[in-house]
Design a protein around this ligand. Sequence first.
Ligand SMILES: NC(=O)c1ccc[n+]([C@@H]2O[C@H](COP(=O)([O-])OP(=O)(O)OC[C@H]3O[C@@H](n4cnc5c(N)ncnc54)[C@H](OP(=O)(O)O)[C@@H]3O)[C@@H](O)[C@H]2O)c1
Length: 278
Amino acid sequence: MSKIALVTGANQGLGYAMVARLCQDLPAGSTVYLAARDQERGEAAVASLREQGLQPSLARLDVTDDASVQALAETVARRHGGIDIVLSNAAARIVKDRPQAAQVRTFIDTNNHGTYRMIRAFGPLLRDGGRLLIVASAFGSLSKLDPRLHHLFDPAARSLEDIERVMDEYVELVERGEAEAHHWPAWINIPSKIAQVASMKVYARQRQDEAAQRGFVIAALCPGLVDTDASRPWFDDMSSAQSPADAAKNALWVCTQPAESPRVYGELVQHRRIIPWV
Ligand SMILES: NC(=O)c1ccc[n+]([C@@H]2O[C@H](COP(=O)([O-])OP(=O)(O)OC[C@H]3O[C@@H](n4cnc5c(N)ncnc54)[C@H](OP(=O)(O)O)[C@@H]3O)[C@@H](O)[C@H]2O)c1
């Protein structure tokens, strides 16, 4: 049966490769939305996939903009009545030549509040047997965080909005140069990825009973090191990095697994294995 899929931040990097893979793997008649915040970059990405014989559809989406996320969710609901695969992949980069305090607000707004906007807008559209997948990383495990902060991300006790507030407070601490004094790690990517996984876990808990009946999966993915423009500046040696195409193939394995086998629901999955939360 044909499927409806959407990948955010898909005009380059891992997102682009996941769109290519979905276009190849999904049944005939499926629709794969390549979502991009910039029209020209999105059109260029779609054109390059069409040259390869693939047929993605372009969707404009800026995950920092409530109205943009809401408008796309309404379009998908109107055209298709629901969605089978959502890959929340869009991410702001950290650049080396600016202090993290100058980057943290956009970074958290994109990677964390953007994830929240996607969950809120597209979670209700998920069809039976569907997948709502947050692209995070292995840094998204509580083991990377000082135990004094673990309670802030307790999926059993926190709501999505609690985690949104924690991240707003975190942004202010980083901007004031006080985050490390409050036991936060120095690198802003770590709290951000932990919060992404925590939000996924909270949402998975909220919909657990319904998911068991309807066979949909909510999970987070760690693609591992992937050779993209985002990762390349941070490593002298990229010889161990996967190509985006290989990483996409691995990551999308979760799309083909039955919800119960293996048990990926509410988990962070890397290379087909579950990364422990704590
Ligand atoms: N690369 C790795 O080694 C690695 C490792 C672990 C996890 N990950 C995760 O994998 C995901 C993809 O990483 P990547 O390396 O492919 O990154 P990337 O090459 O920087 O691609 C990120 C994509 O997100 C888009 N984006 C940025 N801000 C956006 C916004 N406000 N709204 C919508 N789209 C926006 C970018 O669009 P523009 O082109 O317009 O900027 C770009 O298409 C991220 O979540 C990342 O954290 C990557």
